[in-house]
Design a protein around this ligand. Structure first.
Ligand code: ZN
Length: 125
């Protein structure tokens, strides 16, 4: 699995096998993560407030997505602004938790590098 696949599958950046987030998805705890990777022991929150920077990733992602949706529907499909915003708001509501999670996944993948032998050398806590 390469880095991009690992980001989108939301797996541990060190071993690319363990899940970052607790499964199954629970709507009351949408950002519930394992304390450490269950395969290699990599901490998923290395320090308090670690994911503060992920907020900027979700902000940039959401901003470009809004421009893309409204821009393409109004310019290429000739939709009215009301129609475009109905689609936009629906897309935002449906992708809300996914965007927050993918932002965290991108953030930890930038910080923690891949170790092909992570499984044989788990981090002990
Ligand atoms: Zn791992």
């Amino acid at each position: 699995m390469n880095k991009i696949q690992s980001i989108f599958k939301m797996t541990c950046p060190r071993c690319r096998e363990g899940n970052l987030f607790v499964k199954p998805f629970n709507i009351s705890k949408p950002l519930d993560m394992h304390k450490a990777c269950q395969v290699c022991g990599q901490k998923t929150e290395p320090e308090p407030g670690y994911y503060f920077g992920a907020m900027f990733i979700s902000y940039i992602w959401t901003g470009w997505l809004c421009l893309f949706i409204v821009g393409t529907t109004m310019i290429f499909l000739d939709w009215t602004i009301t129609q475009s915003f109905i689609l936009l708001i629906s897309a935002m509501v449906l992708s809300f938790f996914w965007v927050m999670r993918i932002s965290r996944s991108i953030y930890i993948h930038v910080d923690v590098s891949y170790d092909p032998k992570a499984k044989e050398n788990p981090i002990e806590h």
